[in-house]
Design a protein around this ligand. Structure first.
Ligand code: PBG
Length: 335
C-alpha cells in the first residue's frame, strides 16, 4: 500500500474528506449491497406453523409454506439466496442420522417447493448430521464416542446427493470432516450434477457463539456437554485456516466460508488475501443474539451496529454474508 507520507498538515487534512455525507460516500472504500446478503432460515414440518426462538428474538422457525412467503419478501428486496436449516422432530432422529438423506425429509421437500415457487432465488442447504442425530454431532460415532471421519463422509455424500436430487443450487458442508468436499464433488459429478455449487464451511471454529442456533434446530440439548472440538477448528489457530481452505479448494469447493464472523475477521482477511476466491462469512446466531439483545435493552442502536458489522465483513474481504439480519439490512438499504 502507498501512503502519502510526503505531504503534511495543512496540505493534508484527513478531515476534508469527512465533512459531508456526499464526500464520505464518494471515498468509501467498501459498500455493503443487498447482493451480499444470504438469509438463514429454520424450517418446520407442517403447514402454517411458526415458532419463536427464545435466544434469537425476531427469528422464527417457519413451516415450508410460511418460509416461502418470507423467501418471496427477501427475493423482492433483492436478497440473492437463502440457507435452509431443517428442525427435525425427535422421532426422526437416530444415532446414524439417516434422516439426512431421506428424500421426503423437511430439507428436501423445502428445497423442491422453494425452487418451484421462486426459481430465481438461490437455495443453499447445510450438509452435516447434527439436526438428525440423537447425540447432536455432525457425524456418526463409535461405541467410545469418537466421531468417525470416513464413515461420516459416506453419510454426508448421501445427504448431499439427496439435496441435489431435490434441486438445490448450493451445497454447504458445515461438518468439518476431512475429505468431504472431494467426496461430495466426485459424487455430484458422477450423477451429472455438475452445476451444483459447493460453498465449503472451510474454516469453521469450535465456537460458543453457535448456542442459539443449536436451540433453534434442537441439537443443543442432544449435544449436552459434548463438544465439537475434535472436528471444528481451535479458536487459537489462524494459519491452519489457510490449510483448510487450500484443501477444500483443491477438492473442488467453488466458494469458501469462515465462521463465526466478527470474532474471526482476521481469518476472513487472510483467506481472501491468500486465495482471492469467493469468500463468505457467517455472522452466527450468537453474534445476532448479542446485537439484538443489546438493541432491545436500549444499550446499542440495533440498526447502526448491524450495518457497521456488515461493513466490517466487507472491509475484511468477504464477498457475501450469511446473517439473520438479512431482511432488516435489505430493508434498510432500500430506504
Ligand atoms: C451445523 C451448523 C451449525 C451452524 C451452522 N451449521 C452449528 C454447529 O456447528 O453446531 C451454526 C450457525 C449459527 O450459529 O448461526 N453443523
Amino acid at each position: 500500500m502507498r501512503h502519502s507520507s510526503d505531504s503534511r498538515f495543512p496540505a493534508t487534512r484527513m478531515r476534508r474528506l469527512r465533512t459531508h455525507e456526499f464526500i464520505r460516500r464518494m471515498v468509501r472504500e467498501t459498500q455493503i449491497s443487498v447482493s451480499d446478503l444470504i438469509c438463514p432460515m429454520f424450517i418446520l414440518d407442517g403447514d402454517n406453523q411458526r415458532e419463536p426462538i427464545a435466544s434469537m428474538p425476531g427469528v422464527e422457525r417457519l413451516s415450508i409454506d410460511l418460509a416461502i412467503e418470507r423467501a418471496r419478501r427477501l427475493y423482492d428486496l433483492g436478497v440473492p439466496a437463502v440457507a435452509l436449516f431443517p428442525v427435525t422432530p425427535d422421532a426422526r432422529k437416530s444415532a446414524d442420522g439417516r434422516e439426512a438423506y431421506n428424500p421426503d425429509a423437511i430439507a428436501q421437500r423445502a428445497i423442491a417447493r422453494m425452487k418451484d415457487a421462486l426459481p430465481e432465488l438461490g437455495v443453499i442447504t447445510d450438509v452435516a448430521l447434527d439436526p438428525f442425530t440423537t447425540h447432536g454431532h455432525d457425524g456418526v460415532m463409535n461405541d467410545h464416542g469418537e466421531i468417525l471421519n470416513d464413515a461420516s463422509v459416506d453419510v454426508l455424500v448421501r445427504q448431499a446427493l439427496s439435496q441435489a436430487r431435490a434441486g438445490v443450487d448450493i451445497i454447504a458442508p458445515s461438518d468439518m470432516m476431512d475429505g468431504r468436499i472431494g467426496a461430495i464433488r466426485t459424487a455430484l459429478e458422477s450423477e451429472g450434477f455438475y452445476n451444483v455449487k459447493i460453498l465449503a464451511y472451510s474454516a469453521k471454529y469450535a465456537s460458543a457463539f453457535y448456542g442459539p442456533f443449536r436451540d433453534a434446530v434442537g441439537s443443543g440439548a442432544k449435544l449436552g456437554k459434548g463438544s465439537k472440538k475434535t472436528y471444528q477448528m481451535d479458536a487459537g489457530n489462524s494459519t491452519e485456516a489457510l490449510h483448510e481452505v487450500a484443501l477444500d479448494l483443491a477438492e473442488g469447493a467453488d466458494m469458501v466460508m469462515v465462521k463465526p464472523g466478527m470474532p474471526y475477521l482476521d481469518i476472513v482477511q487472510r483467506v481472501k488475501a491468500e486465495f482471492g476466491r469467493p469468500t463468505f462469512v457467517y455472522q452466527v446466531s450468537g453474534e445476532y443474539a448479542m446485537l439484538k439483545a443489546a438493541g432491545q435493552a436500549g444499550w446499542l442502536d440495533e440498526r447502526a451496529v448491524a450495518l457497521e458489522a456488515m461493513q466490517s465483513f466487507k472491509r475484511a474481504g468477504a464477498d457475501g454474508i450469511l446473517t439473520y439480519f438479512a431482511e432488516a439490512v435489505a430493508t434498510w438499504l432500500a430506504e
